[in-house]
Design a protein around this ligand. Structure first.
Ligand code: NAD
Length: 480
């Protein structure tokens, strides 16, 4: 397995030879020591990106998109290897890791299709010939989180390369190995030297070096709102363009016209992907009072039957949390809710898994939750379902929107009249109605309010790497 960085087309260690360790979150076993690079290597990667920028920009779109489609095919062909890496470094169950590889691969044809459809646009203005062209924004950088280490990278790299922008990627320190594997595949697929670099190391040092580089034009970040704000401040000095995909605090609204079994199935599928460590997963369960007790009963039974274990073990539903801090946060949120009057219906403790460290919280259902509780205002990022009853649709929507976040919302209902009202009134960038996984590579993905700025996916993701340039011409060009 490759563990080095790809900088300026060369696989290399840190200049001073320093490394940091990557561990399996289920066991703390050492997986690899990867380079701990600093400013010098980041500058080298960005200088190389600038050196090849003009060539990559002028490579005809069909040539670039052919390479992208080849990357997708190669990612899919390498599913076993990539999913194994994701399971080892992130901990998620193997079937989820395999689904992540497919999801990651789907961003390449989605970006390629969008690029193939790009056309100059003519605008009619009396006496002038006006066209709007799409010019690549220039050298770009990407900083990605650990929870979907391959997919979050693909979401950024695919549109950047399709648009003609070289990119330097910094994956999360917990999960750099799938990014390195993806870069190896991109090189094999024909991405020229310098167009894609991967650097690993100290996050603030790398982030600062990126933002200070005179040729960096665009940074795409996925991670916490707190770090997003920090990067936005850093980007201000040089007006670096930003896409920020930040935290979420999704509500899920369960209406009394829903089929209860289907509702529980959808809610569990949405909540427990990656053990609840997903930016779009429901954090607040709003349930119509008339079905509250029956729903909670079935939800509690279903989640208590979810199986915990190492991601590579057969039939596992929940892997470990990513680290001890994540375990502490889950415990604190449960304690805080209980101290404020919530009741534990199931869970609340930890599961011991043979041969593993203590990172397996019990899937937990809490009732009587609401404003003021930490689980109701902050991302828990764990397998906790805080539930609250509502009396009518207006109250449900008001409670759903009562958050600074606006990434995803879910509703479970069979009332077609309600679909339209929810679609126009829920304040979030993504709305899943009876759909537990409303994330699709060809359509926009991103948040309102404190959940971020900009969109990824399809032509919207491509546009994030393009500048519209207006060319206005007067006269026929024959001296007239
Ligand atoms: P994080 O913000 O701690 O880290 C994300 C990335 O930023 C990592 O690569 C990290 O090394 C880097 N980083 C941290 N501090 C930095 C700094 N000072 N300068 C430069 N880079 C820095 O987030 P996380 O814990 O890795 O990921 C979980 C968070 O990501 C959650 O809030 C989740 O909701 C969010 N997320 C959002 C989306 C989305 O699409 N909106 C998708 C996945 C995850």
């Amino acid at each position: 397995m490759e563990t080095r960085n790809l900088i300026a087309g060369v696989w290399c260690e840190a200049d001073d030879g320093s490394t940091f360790d990557v561990h399996d979150p289920a066991t703390d076993d050492l997986l690899a020591a990867v380079p701990k690079v600093g400013e010098t290597e980041v500058v080298r990667a960005l200088d190389a990106a600038e050196a090849v920028r003009a060539d990559w920009e002028s490579t005809p779109i069909p040539e670039r998109t052919t390479i992208l489609r080849r990357i997708a095919d190669m990612l899919v062909a390498a599913t076993d290897e990539l999913a194994t890496i994701i399971v080892r470094e992130n901990g998620k169950p193997m079937r989820e890791a395999r689904a992540e590889v497919a999801y990651a691969a789907s961003f390449f044809p989605a970006a390629a299709d969008a690029a193939d459809r790009l056309r100059d646009e003519a605008v009619e203005v009396l006496g002038k010939c006006v066209t709007v062209r799409h010019r690549p924004v220039g050298v770009s950088a990407a900083i990605t989180p650990w929870n979907f280490p391959l997919a979050m990278l693909a979401k950024k790299t695919a549109p950047a390369l399709a648009a003609g922008c070289p990119q330097v990627v910094k994956p999360a320190e917990q999960t750099p190995l799938s990014a390195i594997a993806c870069a190896r595949i991109a090189v094999e697929a024909g991405v020229p030297a310098g167009v894609l670099s991967v650097v690993t190391g100290d996050p603030p040092a790398i982030g600062d070096a990126m933002l200070r580089h005179p040729r960096l034009r665009k940074l795409s970040f996925t991670g916490s709102t707190e770090v997003g704000r920090l990067l936005m401040r850093g980007a201000a000095d040089r007006l670096v363009r930003l896409s920020l995909e930040l935290g979420g605090h999704a509500p899920i609204l369960v209406f009394d016209d829903a089929d209860l079994d289907a509702a529980v199935r959808i809610a569990v599928a949405a909540k427990f992907r990656n053990g609840g460590q997903t930016c779009v997963c429901p954090n607040r369960f709003l349930v119509a009072r008339g079905i509250h007790d029956a729903f909670v009963d079935r939800l509690a039974t279903t989640v208590s039957e979810l199986r915990s274990g190492r991601g590579q073990d057969p039939d596992v539903d929940l892997g470990p949390l990513i680290d001890d801090q994540a375990m502490r946060k889950v415990a604190e949120h449960i304690d805080d809710a209980v101290s404020m009057g919530a009741s534990i219906v199931t869970g609340g403790g930890r599961r011991r898994i043979a041969g593993c460290v203590d990172r397996f919280p019990e899937p937990t259902v809490l009732t009587g939750c609401g404003p003021g509780m930490r689980c109701w205002t902050e991302e828990t990022f764990g397998p906790v379902c805080p539930v609250r009853a509502f009396d009518d649709e207006a109250e449900a929507i008001a409670l759903a929107n009562d958050t600074e976040y606006g990434l995803a919302s879910y509703a479970i209902t069979n009332d077609p009249g309600r679909f339209e009202r929810l679609a126009s009134r829920l304040d979030s960038g993504i709305i899943g109605i009876n759909d537990p996984v409303p994330a699709i590579a060809a359509v926009p993905f991103g948040g309102l309010k404190q959940s971020g700025i900009g969109r990824e996916g399809g032509r919207w993701g491509l546009e994030a790497y393009l500048e519209p340039v207006t060319v206005s011409r007067v006269g026929s060009g024959r001296g007239g």
